[in-house]
Design a protein around this ligand. Structure first.
Ligand code: IPM
Ligand code: MG
Length: 360
């Protein structure tokens, strides 16, 4: 198969981790007889430096013309980088939000998995995580507070800021459908997370989740309030299979979920729309403090490329080959600094990419 991949390396460690993911994709192409072409595009701080905009219309159009997007990470040090002296809609993160919206990527899947080889890195007590855990956060990505009307005004000398949390039932239904479809391929349990004891948008969310559940009698739906969910994630993470939630709650809970795995440098993500097009990126940030030093862990980006193979290209065996190679690397005790236990030998980003390629 021939596939066109838009590559957005981004900022900080983005370029180096994407380099390793592309090396892995090339190894897959060679082994399985595919050909991938790469269109390099600028988004985030690097695009601001080159064009003055975090994402230009031409870049968005070029991305749309590809089969999928592979993204590194964007943004810089908020305290230091000149990007953060620009108006909010000109900053690196605005490019990411425009990209998600412009590509119609309403479903964000963030797996949270305890890798058995890295169990020592998990900050929870071993008795809470015995046997491991493996769930995904399905975060709505193009609605809610992130895209509702906002403004800051001064009335009678008093500054007043407003953000709007808005959802219509169609936005809720399409992400709920995705959550149930994914649950069918997993352990058939959806936990819908909301704040229905306070918010109207959450009461609608809950009602629509129930309606969708009626079409999936083989999947069990439960509801949980978001504050309770934040607590349950550190109390009993094993209880979850698919967590379905709105944009802002998902932003917060997915960071918490990644922390309880103890290895955020390992966690991939996929953002999907209606068709097979998707955007794939690691769940971690651009880590400007270690950029360009060959210290970053490329495994989350490599695992994101595996998700691309599976979800956008329908290449199951190829995705398995990458995921198995990563597991083998871990079993072989190969570690970047972020996942090394005291005394373990640490290798760099490029050597880690090589280690994965060798096991495909
Ligand atoms: C994420 C990030 C973004 C978000 C930021 C960078 C705008 O935190 O992908 O989770 O809030 O969605
Ligand atoms: Mg976030």
């Amino acid at each position: 198969m021939n596939k066109k991949i838009a590559v957005m390396r981004g900022d900080g460690i983005g370029p180096e981790i994407v380099t390793e993911a592309i090396r892995v994709l090339e190894k897959v192409a060679e082994k399985f007889g595919h050909s991938f072409s790469y269109t390099e595009l600028l988004m985030g701080g690097c695009s601001i430096d080159a064009t003055g905009e975090p994402l230009t219309e031409e870049t968005l159009a070029s991305a749309k013309a590809c089969d999928a997007v592979l993204l590194g990470a964007i943004g810089g040090d908020v305290g230091k980088s000149p990007w953060y002296r620009l108006p909010p809609d000109k900053r690196p993160e605005a490019g990411l939000l425009k990209l998600r919206k412009g590509l119609g990527l309403f479903a964000n899947i963030r797996p949270a998995k305890l890798f058995p080889e890295l169990a020592d890195a998990c900050p929870l007590k071993p008795e809470l995580t015995e046997g491991g855990f493996d769930f995904v956060v399905m975060r709505e990505l193009t609605g809610g507070l992130y895209f509702g009307a906002r403004e800051t005004v001064t009335e009678n000398g008093v500054r007043h800021a407003v953000d709007t949390l808005t959802y219509d039932e169609n936005e809720i239904r399409r992400i709920a459908v995705q959550a149930f479809e994914i649950a069918r391929k997993r352990n058939r349990r959806v936990c819908s997370v909301d704040k229905a004891n306070v918010l109207d948008s959450s009461r609608l969310w809950r009602a629509v989740a129930e309606e969708v559940a009626a079409d999936y009698p083989d999947v069990t739906l439960t509801h949980m309030l978001v504050d309770n969910c934040a607590m349950q994630l550190v109390r009993a993470p094993k209880q979850f299979d698919v967590i379905l939630t709105e944009n802002m709650f998902g932003d917060i809970l997915s960071d918490e979920a990644s922390m309880v795995t103890g290895s955020i440098g390992m966690l991939a993500s996929a953002s999907l729309g209606e068709g097979s097009f998707g955007l794939y990126e690691p769940s971690h940030g651009s880590a400007p403090d270690i950029a360009g030093q060959d210290k970053a862990n490329p495994l989350a980006t490599i695992l994101s490329a595996a998700m691309m193979l599976r979800y956008s290209f329908d290449m199951e065996a190829e995705a398995d080959a990458v995921e198995n190679a990563v597991s083998q690397v871990l079993r072989d005790g190969i570690r970047t600094g972020d996942i090394a236990a005291p005394g373990e030998t640490v290798i760099g980003c490029h050597a880690m990419g090589t280690a994965v390629c060798e096991r495909i």
